[in-house]
Design a protein around this ligand. Structure first.
Ligand code: CA
Length: 225
């Protein structure tokens, strides 16, 4: 399991690398955003820990650029705890978020969680799923509409995958919240609606006259026929 640590502060990167290596991870450290993008292409990490405040490019821009070619799980790390940062981070494709100072235990748990989810996804399905002009590749985490690649976050990807795995069927809200977030419906209901609206926006879909995802009121969602 390869972890790419994107962090410009040596005093943070060094102990982090040691801790990750003790856990058995292979670790690369980049102290710039440019370096991180390059290493993601060449070294192909399984998960990226991305500091938001970097000397060259803003971490959110780095995530966006990585999302344009890879679905690798990204955990954003920042000193800023503002809700707007959190939402922007998740919207541009980060899969999770930790705020400094974090404990190593907390960070390890999050790494295990995102990599387990990513692994689970590739294990359940292989081969591309298609619907209308959409094509979803579980193995590479990529989604195309016609020829255009969409940049979805891991959550948006998993929502779409669950729907595309059950063409014609209604996937319940509870199943989506459990399958994507591993939460009971009462805890994840609002989160589902937020991510669903982001997913629809990226698909260019409208809830009132859906081309791709139809709401079944009070029950769940299904692919629009
Ligand atoms: Ca920094």
């Amino acid at each position: 399991m390869r972890v790419l640590v994107v962090e410009d502060e040596f005093g943070i990167a060094k102990p982090l690398r040691n801790a990750l290596e003790r856990e058995g991870y292979m670790v690369s450290v980049s102290d710039t955003g440019q370096g991180a993008i390059k290493l993601t292409k060449t070294w192909k990490p399984d998960v990226i820990l991305l500091d938001l405040m970097l000397p060259d490019i803003d971490g959110r821009e780095v995530a966006k650029q990585i999302r344009a070619f890879s679905g690798v799980p990204i955990i954003m790390v920042t000193a800023r705890a503002e809700e707007s940062d959190r939402i922007v981070g998740l919207e541009i494709g980060a899969d999770d978020y930790v705020t400094k100072p974090y404990s190593l235990g907390e960070l390890m748990a999050r790494i295990r969680a995102v990599t387990r989810r990513a692994k689970g996804t590739t294990e359940t399905t292989t081969g591309a799923l298609t619907f209308k002009d959409l094509m979803l590749e579980p193995d590479t985490y990529r989604v195309f509409r016609a020829e255009e690649q969409l940049s979805l976050s891991q959550k948006e990807f998993e929502i779409l995958r669950m729907l595309m795995e059950h063409p014609g069927a209604v996937v319940s809200r509870a199943d989506l919240v459990h399958g994507v977030w591993n939460l009971p419906l009462y805890e994840g209901s609002k989160t589902l609606d937020v991510h669903m609206s982001w997913l629809r926006r990226k698909l260019g879909d409208e809830a009132s006259s859906p081309e791709y995802i139809e709401t079944v009121r009070g029950v769940g969602f299904r692919l629009a026929t």
